[in-house]
Ligand binder design. Structure first.
Ligand code: BES
Ligand code: MN
Ligand code: ZN
Length: 500
């Protein structure tokens, strides 16, 4: 996919298969729409009057309009003129990209990013657009006997004034890299669990390191994990014949000056299948537990984005990965394990395995003396009950980190909502036989899960993102979303700018 800018003064002479213009409610045309309307002798106004509702997300195609060089003009609804927001622009571009893919269009130009809106600067608008268009061309076709027809869209340009080009170019490059990171995360999520194993995730990290010079991948095997005393992680891995992997993927920026700040560490839950273990899950819908590695996928995807942009900051991705299956060697309710931190854990429910693998990864992260650690996990069904499929749950005691992550989530249109983490919830994790239990009961299930993790994060600023409700879509549209790659990438972009 190629993203570019064009500054052609005379819009109706622009040759492209699809030229998109914005239309506001009450028949108000954007400047670009107005220019095309004049060139076509009023063709746009007349169709808008007769059959176009300019509500956000609506889209209407005019084929071979007279007086216009483009093969199609796409009208995109933008709602009321005085309340244009980045979210409305995003909906319009989503509709445009979906149309282009459906109609087999190979080249498109949008005039929409030239429009000002209150909550996003030009770089933001261009970044979001490139990200959405990249996401729209994703097709899962790895495991069909016949290849699906290829998506034709290959070139997408923003029509702008000359003064806007530089800022838009920055946004397009960032958005394309974020889109590629998301699409990697989606592919890893969508692949079946007999393909996307811990070993496969390790290989993916290695191949990223081959592709991008700033990345170095290290994949620790069972023996090395044992040598690190990750007793909690290993207790989960024990139930499966599939070997575990502990992946460390490190981005060292090419600019030496950018290596001075303390690194930011991302930790992703990499359970490639969660059957629940001995505390077996019910059968219906269990296939969706192949998505239980979406935290890991979003970390690998974000690392891809980071490397493609060569962000001027040391960033490290850590992925503990294994399966959670019942077997004669699996851990059992009542088992007590010793984590890498030395703290002991009574496993009361083997299905609360995410925290058991993450706690050792969080202890491992201490060695990098990080400026911040953010873990990403499909951790609790309770988080889906609390927030549904809209917001990811954000847990942190650090108000600065919370503010930065929430601002990034808004800017990237990848919403997150801050959840509580009061000390009082910690009581629910009391065990009569070990330093803590791995579950706190049904009330506030996503909070007690975060409380459990917090006990391993005393040495650095830490935040936890529970993406159980946002990492994939259910039902007919079943597929990984690539969230929260946009949030994470936006946060990292912000941290790099802050440092320089
Ligand atoms: N991977 C699941 C969480 C999950 C469930 C994500 C459904 C998305 C949809 C996690 O490992 C799990 O099983 N959590 C348990 C914890 C409980 C046993 C305390 C849960 O949420 O039921
Ligand atoms: Mn589980
Ligand atoms: Zn799980």
């Amino acid at each position: 996919m190629e993203f570019s800018t064009t500054t052609t003064a005379v819009l109706h002479t622009l040759k492209t298969q699809a030229l998109a213009v914005g239309v506001f409610q009450d028949g108000i045309l954007s400047p670009a729409a107005d220019a095309l309307d004049q060139a076509s002798g009023g063709a746009l106004r007349s169709v808008i009057q007769s059959e176009f509702d300019a509500a956000p997300g609506n889209c209407l195609t005019l084929h071979a309009p007279a007086g216009i060089a483009a093969s199609r003009v796409i009208l995109l609804g933008l709602g009321a003129q005085d309340s244009l927001t980045s979210a409305i622009l995003a909906r319009a571009h989503e509709a445009l990209a979906a149309y282009c893919v459906r109609a087999g269009v190979s080249t498109a130009v949008s005039t929409l990013c030239a429009l000002e809106c209150a909550d996003a600067d030009l770089t933001d608008r261009a970044r979001t657009t490139a990200r959405l268009v990249s996401a729209a061309i994703y097709r899962y076709d790895q495991t069909f006997s016949k290849a699906k027809p290829a998506v034709k869209l290959r070139s997408f340009a923003l029509h702008l004034s000359r003064a806007q080009v530089a800022k838009a170019r920055t946004g397009l490059d960032q958005g394309a890299a974020i889109g590629a990171g998301m699409n990697l995360a989606r592919l890893l999520g969508d692949l079946p669990p007999n393909v996307c194993t811990p070993t496969y995730l390790g290989k993916t990290a290695k191949s990223l390191a081959k592709q991008f010079k700033t990345l170095k991948a290290e994949v620790l095997d069972q023996k090395k994990i044992e040598a690190l005393n990750m007793g909690s992680f290993l207790s989960v891995a024990r139930g499966s014949a599939e070997p575990p992997a502990f992946i460390v993927l490190r981005h060292t920026p090419s600019q030496a000056a950018a290596r001075k700040a303390a690194p930011i560490v991302l930790v992703g839950k990499g359970i490639t299948f969660d059957a629940g273990g001995i505390s077996l899950k019910p059968g219906p819908g269990m296939d969706e537990m192949k998505f239980d590695m979406c935290g890991a996928a979003s970390v690998l995807g974000t690392m891809r984005t980071v490397a493609e942009l060569d962000l001027p900051r040391e960033i490290i991705g850590i992925v503990p990965s294994c399966e959670n299956l019942p077997s004669g060697t699996a851990n059992k309710p009542g088992d007590i394990v010793t984590s890498m931190s030395g703290q002991t854990i009574e496993i009361l429910n083997t299905d609360a395995e995410g925290r058991l693998i993450l706690c050792d990864a969080l202890t491992y992260a201490e060695r990098f003396k990080p400026a911040a650690v953010i873990d990403v996990a499909t951790l609790t069904g309770a988080c889906v009950i609390a927030l549904g499929h809209v917001n990811s749950g954000l847990f942190t005691r650090d108000d600065t980190l919370a503010a930065d992550l929430l601002a990034a989530s808004r800017q990237a249109q990848d919403p997150a909502w801050r959840m509580p983490l009061d000390e009082a919830y910690q009581d629910l994790l009391k065990s009569n036989f070990a330093d803590m239990a791995n579950i706190g009961g049904r009330p506030a299930g996503s909070v007690t899960a975060a409380c459990f993790l917090s006990r391993f994060t005393g040495k650095y600023p830490w935040a936890h993102l529970d993406i159980a409700g946002t990492a994939w879509l259910e039902g007919k549209q079943k597929s990984a979303t690539g969230r929260p790659v946009p949030l994470l990438a936006q946060y990292l972009l912000g941290q790099c700018l802050a440092e320089h």
